[in-house]
Design a protein around this ligand. Structure first.
Ligand code: UDP
Length: 370
């Protein structure tokens, strides 16, 4: 019997790719279509070496409740026709929640990759998604010991939780292009290693609030007077920017379309500083050894801050101040980060998760991991 991998967005493809490949023909990839366009999913399937997924319909671009219910209905039909051995979901998207509910409704063991993250920000739909998924999951793969402790504090039985590390570590190790190719990519973008800023912004708290979006872009535009600011523009951000009349601020940056994974990693690896509100970038930066300014109200990944890689700032002047502080640390600061270990694991998380699935297949009851 197969293992159903249910996903719907770019970061899930990145973080589950290695696991899917390790599972080989046993993996049945189901894409809900939450973000299914060429830039955010199509080309990632090819680049990450993933099989063609079963693609659900009527999910992308819909309100959250419709996304979850449309995906749930279709997943239930799929699982009824061919019950998988287990369902694997990753993170906190609407796709993950739909996969979790579908597994739960059919009594199929549910594995949650990247369990135990909490921002404690109830305004974030992702926070509600991850709490519900963790409650439903039979096997919770925590990236760090702190994530495991948090789950225990919430009353999740310890036998359901395994500390595996975060699968993003092997994703970076595998897809970071070799030095020569990175040099060619930097040259193609007209930038020099350690002499540019790389930015991404896509969270609704930043894009859907015109004042916040203006504050972030103004800070990036001010920095662009001193060094190139490459800005990989997410489709949502592009739409909101245009609606808010902020195109003139974009014009002084170096705007880029959403990049392929290897290209993004190559640019991130050599940026003097990254500015982002992304969840995955908070983890990747610790593997790449680069400083990151996180533009968010809260984070569910305090490990990136505690280990000195990242800092959290609100939209506004604090962004420029934090970037300039990092720039002032110069080469010594970059060397310190390159030498520091990632708090998110050793690159073997996917292998550990496959071992857990193997134990389930050979009859070990979920809920008795240790
Ligand atoms: N990413 C990418 N190309 C880009 C911007 C980001 O490949 O132009 C990758 C990034 O390295 C990370 C993932 O996309 O692995 C993060 O996705 P996103 O920021 O959309 O989601 P989040 O991590 O915030 O859930």
């Amino acid at each position: 019997r197969s293992v159903a991998i249910v996903l719907g967005t770019r970061p899930e493809l990145v973080k589950l790719a290695h696991l899917v490949r390790l599972l080989g023909p046993a993996a049945h990839l189901v894409h809900t279509g939450q973000h299914y366009d060429a830039d955010l999913s199509g080309r990632f399937l090819t680049e990450l070496g993933l099989p063609e997924p079963t693609l659900l319909e009527g999910v992308g671009g819909k309100p959250r409740a419709v996304q979850i219910s449309a995906a749930l209905t279709q997943l239930d039909a799929l699982f009824a026709a061919e019950p998988p051995l287990a369902v694997v979901v990753q993170g906190d998207t609407n796709a993950s929640l739909a996969g979790a509910l579908a597994a739960n409704s059919r009594g199929i063991p549910l594995v949650h990759v990247e369990a135990g993250l909490r921002s404690h920000d109830r305004a974030m739909p992702e926070e509600h998604n991850r709490i519900v998924i963790d409650q439903l999951a039979d096997v919770l793969c925590a990236a760090t010991e702190d994530n495991r402790d948090l789950l225990r504090a919430e009353g999740v039985p310890s036998g359901r939780v395994a500390v595996t590390g975060n699968t993003v570590v092997e994703a970076v190790q595998e897809h970071l292009p070799a030095a020569e190719e990175r040099a060619a990519l930097l040259a193609a973008h007209g930038v020099t290693a350690d002499r540019y800023v790389l930015a991404t912004v896509h969270r609704p708290e930043n894009t859907d609030d015109p004042a916040a979006l203006r504050a972030i872009l103004s800070e990036l535009a001010a920095l662009a007077a001193d060094l190139p600011v490459l800005f990989a523009v997410h489709p949502r951000t592009k739409a909101r920017l245009e609606a808010a009349g902020l195109g003139h601020l974009l014009a002084v940056l170096t705007p880029l379309p959403p990049l392929g994974y290897g290209e993004f990693l190559a640019l991130a690896r050599h940026a003097a500083v990254l500015v982002s509100d992304s969840g995955g970038v908070q983890e990747e930066t610790t593997v790449l050894g680069r400083p990151l300014v996180v533009v968010r109200r809260s984070t569910e990944r305090p490990e990136a801050m505690d280990s000195g890689f990242a800092e959290l700032v609100a939209p506004g002047r604090a962004i420029g101040r934090a970037v300039r502080r990092r720039l002032a640390e110069g080469e010594a600061g970059l060397r310190r980060l390159t030498a520091a270990p990632s708090p998110f694991g050793d690159g073997l998380a996917s292998q550990r998760i496959v071992a857990l699935l193997g134990a389930m297949a050979s009859g070990q009851q979920p809920g008795r991991l240790s």
